[in-house]
Design a protein around this ligand. Structure first.
Ligand SMILES: [Zn+2]
Length: 216
């Protein structure tokens, strides 16, 4: 008997949480279908809403490090970068009993110094290959439309920052994937290649000042 090939999957990732206005709703939608996802949490938000962090962990979703205060890390000195990463590792480890192994830099902004700091903390950097632009206010149809072109192995950028558009889009996103024969799968480190930003990622042209607070 031949084993069936693994189902074609894409990884759904949610940045900037936890947030009381979006985390419970996102968890409910994902858990209803037993769909995996990874939440890249801010340390400061985790300290404000520790119960939500425990809820994400208890429900079996992946938790990654998204810095403590969401700064532009490439503009910080090495000690400042390390502090942002380590403080978040301590917070998330204390709340979940598990030390995160995945790291996503705010705005997708990284360089060798940031990657070295992440590696020193035992973290692998993970960016994305599909940007839904929910952070820029895309409506649910637009968010689902961005995902409708996903291919197996893609990593989809979404947000858990209290915005309604992402919550409303999630059922449409799942339907769009299903239409293409794809299902959400776990995030495998190294997919996409660490430090290889997606062509669509918005970071390089973002000026430090005026970047929307709800960015990536
Ligand atoms: Zn972010």
């Amino acid at each position: 008997m031949n084993p069936s090939p693994p189902p074609a999957t894409v990884a759904l990732t949610f940045d900037d949480g936890p947030h009381p206005d979006s985390t419970p709703a996102l968890l409910a939608i994902l858990a209803a279908g037993g769909r995996p996802a990874t939440f890249f949490l801010r340390g400061d938000q985790a300290e404000r809403h520790p119960g939500l962090v425990r809820e994400i962990h208890r429900a079996g979703f992946g938790i990654g490090n998204h810095s403590f205060s969401h700064p532009h890390l490439t503009g910080l000195r090495p000690a400042g970068i390390a502090a942002e990463i380590e403080r978040t590792q301590r917070t998330l480890s204390r709340l979940t009993g598990t030390r995160p192994t995945l790291f996503r830099p705010p705005y997708g902004e990284s360089d060798p110094v940031v990657r070295a700091a992440a590696a020193a903390a035992g973290l692998t950097e993970v960016l994305w290959t599909v940007d839904t632009r929910d952070w820029a206010g895309a409506d649910p149809a637009g968010i689902a439309g961005a995902v409708a072109a996903a291919r197996p192995g893609d990593v989809v950028l979404l947000h858990d920052s209290g915005r309604r558009n992402t919550v409303d889009a999630l059922p449409l996103v799942l339907a769009a994937l299903a239409r293409r024969g794809l299902s959400p799968g776990p995030l495998a480190p190294g997919r996409p290649a660490p430090g290889h930003p997606a062509p669509s990622h918005p970071a390089p042209s973002h000026p430090a000042a005026g970047t929307p607070a709800a960015g990536t």
